[in-house]
Write a new protein. Sequence first.
Length: 732
Amino acid sequence: MPARAGERGPAALVTLVAPGGTGKTRIALRVAHVVRDAGVWTDGVVWVDLAGVSPDSLDSHIAQALGPQRISAPSARAAVLEPLRRQHRLVVLDNCEHVIDVVDELVAELLQAAPGVSVLATSRDLLQIHGEVQWPLAPLDAPSPDVAGCAVSSDAMTLFAAVARRADPAFELDVHREAVARLVHQLGGTPLFIELVAAGMSVFASVEELERRFEGLAGYRRARSRVLDWSWERCNPDEKALWRRLAVFSGPADLDAVEHVAGLEDPVTTLQALIEKVILRKSVDSEGGRRVTRYRLLEMFQEYGAHQLAEAGEEDTVRQRHTQWCHDLIESFMARSYSSEAEVWLDQLRRALPDIRATLHRLQTADPDAGLRLAIDLTNARMPYISGDLREWGAEWITRLTPAASSPVLRAEGFAAASTAVLCRGLHAEALNLMQRAQSILDGQQDVPVRARIQLLWARGCWATFGGEPHDAVELWDEVLRLLHEHYPDLGSLIGLAGMWRAINAAAHAEPGTADRVTAGYLAETSARGDRHFGAWASWARALYCGRIGEVDTAIELIVAAILVLQRLRDNWGLPWSLVLSLLFAGGRGQWRHVAQLSGAVDAVMGLTDIAWRQMAALGDAAADAEAAAHAALGETVWAAGYAAGDGMSWSDAVVLPLTLFAEPAPGVPGDDRLTDREREVAALVAEELTDTEIARRLFISPRTASTHVSAILRKLGVQRRGEVAAALRVP
């Protein structure tokens, strides 16, 4: 532990070592909460549960847990190391034992690369890394099974009594003290074993009956084996079926997932039975404003269940159901997420990523065609952008699976989908090569399926927006949307995503009349749908258009509104690009110090994400012009100071920097009572007796923003009621 905040402390790696069931996770959670609340590590604590993670997925899984700073890192290992190099953070790695052959190398590299990072690991074995400090966790004190030693309750006996009373409210420790003492001693004081056995009091008349089941135990391994076998024997056929089938999940599963995969008529009753037997754990999460219950086997039970699944000859069948559940979840997302439920679906799909990753690993050899289709669908479901991982979900899986696909058309779809993801990382040459490979394959096909045509048109449309020769491609996106509406009208999310790209292309490259029509139309469409995520992107595109025609105040209002939503929804691709637009708008206002600070923040954030953003001609050139003007206006010393302030920011501070900067007055406007251009526009509508909601609809802003403008107008005009605005405007 560090002596105080800001220090790493003498032990960079502490490994909490104990056999399974001893309570390592519980202790590590307690430590994590304590040091987080105390602010010991200035960048906080990140928790990574490695249970169910395969060695091949280790780096990607940890990168996902680290959060947004990994959008397009060149490798999964880089996605772990790069964000942490400048951080002062505690990383907790729980359940390391089954990936210990790879996690030791990762931790050693991490500690060398990130001097401010410390690691707390839980494992059944040491990681065997130089400087590792062992923290052995002893089992609960279990008294010797003699009468004298039973006079005072031990922690092990207290735990047994608490669980037994939940199973049988009539249980009294004093009546069974000697038998309990012998039993917990036989179980080695292991907390999980004690809980499992004590839960059996719901069906046994006395502790002595339980005790006879566990006579002759010696050592942890025998106790573990006997307790697991006994727990299995206690289950009825449905409970056994659910236990072994839940073992295919890589993370917690909600009821819908359980129903899909388990294939039981009444899984709810069976779930409750396994919870009461302490085999299953239940958690309640907040998801898009609603509470969702999820279920998970502890690692020990998952290993046992996987063995029983293979013994039952069900592994192939259940894993196929699990794969189908992944497909169905993505399809449901595509059909239902372009709506007011977008936030719920985004959270649900995010939580399923560990299971989707495990499925893709399996399909890589079992069925590459199915794996590639799943990877393409996930890309089209906006997950690479909302997850913040263009590398893994946007390109890595697709490029890994595409060469093995049996169908040339499917390979073309893979190349086209990967082209879009690679382009979004600013890798023009690679994106163009992939798009041309897709085009070459489809040119040789007599009848090109609609799905493949859409995928290629999509890649071309993205290339026209951010590629090496950007141009107006609104008509191309119109064709994409026509095909989608005609052939896939139920894929609302894909329609919304195509509309987003169309609006961005129009805002950046179309003539002003078309850009105005397209961006305003998309803003109205997303508002009608109630989709806050695409609504934020609609504001983003509209802001780009407004900035382009010189309506900078309006552009700033729109980009601030977009940032607030993108931050809430954790769109870690949209936030960096909102910083870029903010830089342009600060330049449009002549706020040169803001430009300098935003320039540093953009480079810091884009450096973490590994996006070659200055290669995006549509925005990179405009940003360079604004930076040059600011540099000339400020001079080298002031520019460098402002840039350094932005460049030194953390991700979380940098992406919301515009909210702070644009709250400050623009030059020549605030500080006096003159109306801004936007306020004059709102005041004219107030004079027409429009409500805030009607004003918001007319100007494509939120009602709250309209209300804020009205309050400022009343104050500046020196009037108290809306009805007085018209007369006040006529006063010279």
